[in-house]
Design a protein around this ligand. Sequence first.
Ligand code: GYE
Length: 320
Amino acid sequence: LATTAFLAFGASAALAQTVGFSQIGSESGWRAAETTLTKQQAEERGITLKFSDAQQKQENQIAAIRSFIAQGVDAILLAPVVATGWDSVLEEARDAEIPVVLLDRRVDSDDSLYLTAVGSDLVHEGEVAGKWLVDQAAGEECRVVELQGTTGSSPAIDRKTGFEKGIAGADNIEIVRSQTGDFTRAQGKEVMESFLQAENGGKDICALYAHNDDMAVGAIQAIKEAGLKPGEDILIVSIDAVPDIFQAMSAGEANATVELTPNMAGPAFDALEAYLADGTEPRSSFRLNPSSIPRQTIRRANMSAGKIWGTERDLMTGGG
Ligand code: GYE
């Protein structure tokens, strides 16, 4: 039913002119970059972007989507803060014949309720981080603390699953503490402080796995304040590859990050434009177009400073 409605709409419509974007917030450097890129992409394409920052609250996102529907936008981009609770508002958009494209996070709703979704392989990212640690630990006993992303968000769920997959079979590695730091620096620091306290001032911790770089950056601060050396006394691996983690890596205070492009809007607008022009149906699967989807590449700290922005590609692709 949804498909038919979209098709009927797409066949008669011109290219997208006004697109509403319900963004989660600005909890991380990665997200700030995604926002900037989305605005740039819209401008380059002559699309008017109505931007709404939800300050991390699903209720604000739902209100923003309702307002976009009331304003009669041509399409909606949604980066969903959590995975559940979207059915009603997505049905409202469908009934109004406004296509919705999801950015960077999954929802649990039926995929007939959105046009397509652009994102990376979040499980794979966690797995890459886990395998990196298995390598590093080289069979030695390693007690890991984990900073999870926002509770109920697909990256927190999937990056946890992926990491556990990555370390499965390595009996020397054990996750001893795991708690949410909500993807923010401030909470990453706060939760790391409690981990350090609980783990003999940090002396019993071998490694930190953070679901994003920002939490790792906060944790690095906590580790230093506890009198330990981040990157040495405690190995640090995280995800995103934002500039600040490269700075930390070049200072020897972090060890690896899994790279993820913040340009989800490019493929999203491509899909929308094709769809609105002649009804071209994008793939409904989460990874829209394998060729435009980020490779998940691990970047290691053991690069010389001058080469820090070079790539060290040794891992599988996230697309496909
Ligand atoms: O990795 C994290 C952000 O949903 C993939 O959300 C995104 C994640 C990103 O806050 O930094």
